[in-house]
Ligand binder design. Structure first.
Ligand SMILES: C[S@@+](CC[C@H](N)C(=O)[O-])C[C@H]1O[C@@H](n2cnc3c(N)ncnc32)[C@H](O)[C@@H]1O
Length: 270
Protein backbone atom coordinates (compact mmCIF):
# COMPACT_ATOMS: atom_id res chain seq x y z
CA UNK A 1 0.00 0.00 0.00
CA UNK A 2 2.86 2.33 0.61
CA UNK A 3 5.18 1.76 -2.31
CA UNK A 4 3.81 3.95 -4.98
CA UNK A 5 1.09 4.84 -2.66
CA UNK A 6 3.49 5.82 -0.02
CA UNK A 7 6.09 4.86 2.44
CA UNK A 8 6.68 6.01 5.90
CA UNK A 9 8.89 5.76 8.88
CA UNK A 10 7.58 3.23 11.39
CA UNK A 11 5.97 5.39 13.99
CA UNK A 12 4.51 4.35 17.28
CA UNK A 13 0.78 4.11 16.95
CA UNK A 14 -1.12 6.89 18.58
CA UNK A 15 -4.42 6.66 16.81
CA UNK A 16 -7.46 8.22 18.31
CA UNK A 17 -11.00 8.73 17.26
CA UNK A 18 -12.44 11.49 15.17
CA UNK A 19 -13.45 13.58 18.15
CA UNK A 20 -9.90 13.58 19.50
CA UNK A 21 -8.55 14.64 16.14
CA UNK A 22 -10.91 17.56 16.02
CA UNK A 23 -10.20 18.66 19.58
CA UNK A 24 -7.49 21.22 18.84
CA UNK A 25 -9.01 22.28 15.51
CA UNK A 26 -5.79 23.43 13.80
CA UNK A 27 -6.09 24.92 10.32
CA UNK A 28 -6.26 22.37 7.53
CA UNK A 29 -2.81 21.46 6.27
CA UNK A 30 -1.85 23.40 3.17
CA UNK A 31 -1.20 21.35 0.07
CA UNK A 32 2.25 19.86 -0.28
CA UNK A 33 2.15 21.15 -3.81
CA UNK A 34 -0.11 23.57 -5.57
CA UNK A 35 0.47 21.97 -8.98
CA UNK A 36 -2.59 20.05 -10.19
CA UNK A 37 -1.80 16.35 -10.33
CA UNK A 38 -2.29 14.57 -13.64
CA UNK A 39 -4.54 11.60 -12.82
CA UNK A 40 -5.41 10.63 -16.35
CA UNK A 41 -6.09 6.92 -16.77
CA UNK A 42 -3.10 6.39 -19.05
CA UNK A 43 -0.69 8.05 -16.67
CA UNK A 44 -1.91 6.35 -13.49
CA UNK A 45 -2.39 2.90 -15.01
CA UNK A 46 0.95 3.08 -16.85
CA UNK A 47 2.73 4.10 -13.67
CA UNK A 48 1.33 1.17 -11.67
CA UNK A 49 1.89 -1.28 -14.52
CA UNK A 50 5.56 -0.27 -14.58
CA UNK A 51 6.22 -0.55 -10.86
CA UNK A 52 4.00 -3.60 -10.22
CA UNK A 53 6.92 -6.04 -9.90
CA UNK A 54 8.56 -3.94 -7.17
CA UNK A 55 5.44 -2.57 -5.53
CA UNK A 56 5.10 -4.98 -2.60
CA UNK A 57 8.79 -4.98 -1.74
CA UNK A 58 8.97 -1.21 -1.80
CA UNK A 59 5.80 -0.90 0.19
CA UNK A 60 6.92 -3.09 3.03
CA UNK A 61 10.52 -1.93 2.99
CA UNK A 62 9.84 1.77 2.95
CA UNK A 63 7.00 1.56 5.43
CA UNK A 64 8.83 -0.84 7.74
CA UNK A 65 5.68 -2.89 7.52
CA UNK A 66 3.31 -0.33 9.02
CA UNK A 67 1.13 -0.81 5.94
CA UNK A 68 0.35 -4.39 7.01
CA UNK A 69 -0.77 -3.16 10.41
CA UNK A 70 -3.12 -0.57 8.85
CA UNK A 71 -4.79 -3.22 6.72
CA UNK A 72 -5.20 -5.59 9.68
CA UNK A 73 -6.67 -2.78 11.70
CA UNK A 74 -9.09 -1.89 8.89
CA UNK A 75 -10.34 -5.47 8.77
CA UNK A 76 -10.71 -5.53 12.57
CA UNK A 77 -12.73 -2.30 12.54
CA UNK A 78 -14.90 -3.36 9.59
CA UNK A 79 -15.09 -7.14 9.89
CA UNK A 80 -16.91 -9.28 7.35
CA UNK A 81 -20.12 -10.90 8.51
CA UNK A 82 -21.25 -14.31 7.34
CA UNK A 83 -23.12 -13.47 4.17
CA UNK A 84 -22.65 -11.00 1.36
CA UNK A 85 -19.57 -10.36 -0.75
CA UNK A 86 -16.84 -7.83 0.05
CA UNK A 87 -15.41 -5.50 -2.60
CA UNK A 88 -11.92 -3.97 -2.48
CA UNK A 89 -11.41 -1.22 -5.05
CA UNK A 90 -8.01 -0.20 -6.44
CA UNK A 91 -6.87 -3.46 -4.93
CA UNK A 92 -3.46 -3.36 -6.61
CA UNK A 93 -1.61 -6.55 -5.70
CA UNK A 94 -4.55 -7.52 -3.53
CA UNK A 95 -3.26 -7.14 0.02
CA UNK A 96 -6.45 -5.77 1.56
CA UNK A 97 -8.59 -8.24 -0.39
CA UNK A 98 -6.32 -11.03 0.90
CA UNK A 99 -6.64 -9.72 4.46
CA UNK A 100 -10.44 -9.96 4.09
CA UNK A 101 -10.14 -13.40 2.54
CA UNK A 102 -8.13 -14.64 5.53
CA UNK A 103 -10.41 -12.92 8.06
CA UNK A 104 -13.48 -14.56 6.56
CA UNK A 105 -11.87 -18.00 6.62
CA UNK A 106 -12.58 -18.32 2.90
CA UNK A 107 -16.34 -18.34 3.59
CA UNK A 108 -17.19 -14.98 2.06
CA UNK A 109 -16.76 -14.03 -1.60
CA UNK A 110 -14.12 -11.30 -1.90
CA UNK A 111 -13.67 -9.31 -5.09
CA UNK A 112 -10.72 -7.04 -5.78
CA UNK A 113 -10.92 -4.54 -8.65
CA UNK A 114 -8.09 -2.63 -10.32
CA UNK A 115 -7.39 -1.25 -13.79
CA UNK A 116 -3.69 -2.18 -13.77
CA UNK A 117 -3.29 -5.59 -15.38
CA UNK A 118 0.26 -5.95 -14.05
CA UNK A 119 -0.74 -5.23 -10.44
CA UNK A 120 -3.57 -7.76 -10.75
CA UNK A 121 -1.23 -10.40 -12.21
CA UNK A 122 0.89 -10.22 -9.05
CA UNK A 123 -2.25 -10.26 -6.92
CA UNK A 124 -3.46 -13.44 -8.65
CA UNK A 125 -0.20 -15.22 -7.87
CA UNK A 126 -0.50 -14.19 -4.23
CA UNK A 127 -4.10 -15.32 -4.14
CA UNK A 128 -3.09 -18.75 -5.49
CA UNK A 129 -0.31 -19.02 -2.93
CA UNK A 130 -2.84 -18.17 -0.20
CA UNK A 131 -4.84 -21.19 -1.37
CA UNK A 132 -7.82 -19.19 -2.56
CA UNK A 133 -10.51 -21.61 -3.62
CA UNK A 134 -12.22 -19.18 -5.95
CA UNK A 135 -13.68 -17.17 -3.10
CA UNK A 136 -11.18 -14.40 -3.89
CA UNK A 137 -11.51 -12.96 -7.40
CA UNK A 138 -9.50 -10.15 -8.95
CA UNK A 139 -11.26 -8.25 -11.71
CA UNK A 140 -9.90 -5.69 -14.18
CA UNK A 141 -12.17 -2.65 -14.18
CA UNK A 142 -12.29 1.09 -13.61
CA UNK A 143 -13.41 2.14 -10.13
CA UNK A 144 -15.45 4.93 -11.71
CA UNK A 145 -17.54 2.50 -13.71
CA UNK A 146 -17.94 -0.75 -11.84
CA UNK A 147 -19.31 -3.84 -13.59
CA UNK A 148 -21.64 -4.69 -10.67
CA UNK A 149 -25.34 -4.10 -10.02
CA UNK A 150 -26.62 -1.82 -7.23
CA UNK A 151 -26.82 -2.87 -3.56
CA UNK A 152 -24.64 -6.00 -3.65
CA UNK A 153 -21.69 -5.76 -1.26
CA UNK A 154 -21.74 -5.89 2.55
CA UNK A 155 -18.44 -3.95 2.66
CA UNK A 156 -16.76 -1.78 0.03
CA UNK A 157 -13.16 -0.78 0.76
CA UNK A 158 -10.41 1.17 -0.91
CA UNK A 159 -6.86 1.51 0.43
CA UNK A 160 -4.65 4.21 -0.99
CA UNK A 161 -6.70 4.10 -4.09
CA UNK A 162 -9.38 6.79 -4.11
CA UNK A 163 -6.64 9.42 -4.18
CA UNK A 164 -5.56 8.03 -7.55
CA UNK A 165 -9.02 7.94 -9.10
CA UNK A 166 -9.42 10.80 -11.56
CA UNK A 167 -12.89 11.85 -10.33
CA UNK A 168 -13.09 11.38 -6.54
CA UNK A 169 -16.83 12.01 -6.30
CA UNK A 170 -17.63 9.63 -9.11
CA UNK A 171 -15.51 6.96 -7.40
CA UNK A 172 -17.32 7.60 -4.11
CA UNK A 173 -20.74 7.41 -5.77
CA UNK A 174 -19.81 4.07 -7.34
CA UNK A 175 -18.72 2.72 -3.96
CA UNK A 176 -22.06 3.74 -2.46
CA UNK A 177 -24.07 2.45 -5.42
CA UNK A 178 -22.74 -1.11 -5.21
CA UNK A 179 -22.84 -1.23 -1.39
CA UNK A 180 -26.00 -2.78 0.00
CA UNK A 181 -28.27 -0.73 2.30
CA UNK A 182 -26.84 -0.93 5.81
CA UNK A 183 -23.47 -1.96 4.38
CA UNK A 184 -20.15 -0.27 5.20
CA UNK A 185 -17.81 1.83 3.09
CA UNK A 186 -14.20 2.03 4.34
CA UNK A 187 -11.54 4.31 2.87
CA UNK A 188 -7.95 4.02 4.06
CA UNK A 189 -5.85 6.90 2.84
CA UNK A 190 -2.67 8.78 3.59
CA UNK A 191 -3.08 12.00 5.52
CA UNK A 192 -0.74 14.71 6.63
CA UNK A 193 -0.46 14.68 10.44
CA UNK A 194 -1.93 17.82 11.97
CA UNK A 195 0.06 18.09 15.15
CA UNK A 196 3.58 19.38 15.52
CA UNK A 197 6.33 18.29 15.72
CA UNK A 198 5.29 15.14 13.90
CA UNK A 199 3.77 17.18 11.07
CA UNK A 200 7.03 18.99 10.28
CA UNK A 201 9.04 15.80 10.49
CA UNK A 202 6.59 13.96 8.28
CA UNK A 203 6.50 16.67 5.60
CA UNK A 204 10.28 16.78 5.48
CA UNK A 205 10.50 12.99 5.08
CA UNK A 206 7.65 12.87 2.61
CA UNK A 207 8.90 15.70 0.40
CA UNK A 208 12.63 15.19 0.49
CA UNK A 209 13.63 11.74 1.68
CA UNK A 210 10.92 9.43 0.37
CA UNK A 211 11.10 10.43 -3.32
CA UNK A 212 14.92 10.07 -3.31
CA UNK A 213 14.89 6.79 -1.47
CA UNK A 214 12.16 5.42 -3.66
CA UNK A 215 13.85 6.52 -6.87
CA UNK A 216 16.95 4.74 -5.73
CA UNK A 217 15.00 1.54 -5.14
CA UNK A 218 12.41 1.81 -7.90
CA UNK A 219 14.69 3.05 -10.64
CA UNK A 220 15.56 6.36 -12.24
CA UNK A 221 12.95 8.02 -14.36
CA UNK A 222 10.08 6.58 -12.33
CA UNK A 223 7.86 9.46 -11.28
CA UNK A 224 5.56 7.39 -9.07
CA UNK A 225 7.23 8.67 -5.95
CA UNK A 226 6.98 12.31 -6.89
CA UNK A 227 3.38 11.67 -7.72
CA UNK A 228 2.80 10.27 -4.23
CA UNK A 229 3.47 13.38 -2.11
CA UNK A 230 1.80 15.56 -4.73
CA UNK A 231 -1.35 13.47 -4.78
CA UNK A 232 -1.53 13.22 -0.97
CA UNK A 233 -1.16 16.98 -0.66
CA UNK A 234 -3.96 17.60 -3.11
CA UNK A 235 -6.43 15.00 -1.87
CA UNK A 236 -9.24 16.09 0.50
CA UNK A 237 -8.55 14.94 4.05
CA UNK A 238 -10.36 14.63 7.37
CA UNK A 239 -13.55 16.77 7.44
CA UNK A 240 -13.21 17.58 3.74
CA UNK A 241 -13.40 13.93 2.75
CA UNK A 242 -16.16 13.09 5.25
CA UNK A 243 -18.20 15.91 3.72
CA UNK A 244 -17.77 14.36 0.26
CA UNK A 245 -18.72 10.93 1.67
CA UNK A 246 -21.98 12.34 3.05
CA UNK A 247 -22.66 14.06 -0.25
CA UNK A 248 -22.22 10.67 -1.96
CA UNK A 249 -25.03 9.25 0.22
CA UNK A 250 -23.31 7.82 3.30
CA UNK A 251 -24.44 8.27 6.89
CA UNK A 252 -22.70 7.71 10.27
CA UNK A 253 -19.54 9.03 8.65
CA UNK A 254 -16.48 9.23 10.89
CA UNK A 255 -12.72 8.96 10.69
CA UNK A 256 -9.93 7.37 12.70
CA UNK A 257 -6.36 8.63 12.28
CA UNK A 258 -3.76 5.83 12.40
CA UNK A 259 -0.12 6.19 13.45
CA UNK A 260 -0.19 9.85 14.49
CA UNK A 261 -2.31 10.76 11.48
CA UNK A 262 0.00 9.44 8.79
CA UNK A 263 -2.96 7.47 7.49
CA UNK A 264 -6.66 7.76 8.24
CA UNK A 265 -9.50 5.28 8.02
CA UNK A 266 -12.80 6.87 6.96
CA UNK A 267 -15.99 4.92 7.60
CA UNK A 268 -19.56 5.37 6.46
CA UNK A 269 -22.81 3.41 6.31
CA UNK A 270 -25.15 3.24 3.34
C1 LIG B 1 -1.24 2.82 -4.44
S1 LIG B 1 -2.01 1.46 -5.18
C2 LIG B 1 -2.88 0.74 -3.83
C3 LIG B 1 -3.00 -0.74 -3.97
C4 LIG B 1 -3.60 -1.45 -2.78
N1 LIG B 1 -4.94 -1.00 -2.49
C5 LIG B 1 -2.73 -1.34 -1.57
O1 LIG B 1 -3.23 -0.93 -0.54
O2 LIG B 1 -1.56 -1.70 -1.64
C6 LIG B 1 -3.30 2.24 -6.11
C7 LIG B 1 -3.98 1.32 -7.08
O3 LIG B 1 -5.12 1.99 -7.58
C8 LIG B 1 -5.30 1.59 -8.93
N2 LIG B 1 -6.21 2.56 -9.56
C9 LIG B 1 -6.06 3.90 -9.65
N3 LIG B 1 -7.11 4.45 -10.28
C10 LIG B 1 -7.97 3.45 -10.58
C11 LIG B 1 -9.23 3.39 -11.21
N4 LIG B 1 -9.84 4.49 -11.68
N5 LIG B 1 -9.83 2.20 -11.35
C12 LIG B 1 -9.23 1.08 -10.89
N6 LIG B 1 -8.02 1.06 -10.29
C13 LIG B 1 -7.39 2.24 -10.13
C14 LIG B 1 -3.90 1.53 -9.47
O4 LIG B 1 -3.81 0.76 -10.65
C15 LIG B 1 -3.13 0.94 -8.29
O5 LIG B 1 -3.03 -0.45 -8.38
Amino acid sequence: MLGAMGSLPALADASHDADDSRADKPPMPPSITTMPVDKSTDRVRGMFDRIAGRYDLLNHLLSMNVDRYWRRRTVRMVPPVADGPVLDLCTGTGDLALAYYRASGGNTPIIGVDFSREMLAIGRKKSQRAGSNGQLKLVEADAQQLPFPDDVFQIVTVASGLRNVADTDRGLREMVRVCRPGGKVAILEFTTPRRQPIRGLYLWYFRHILPRLARLLAGKGEDAYNYLPASVGEFPAYEQLTERMRAAGLTEVRFHPFTLGVATLYLGTK
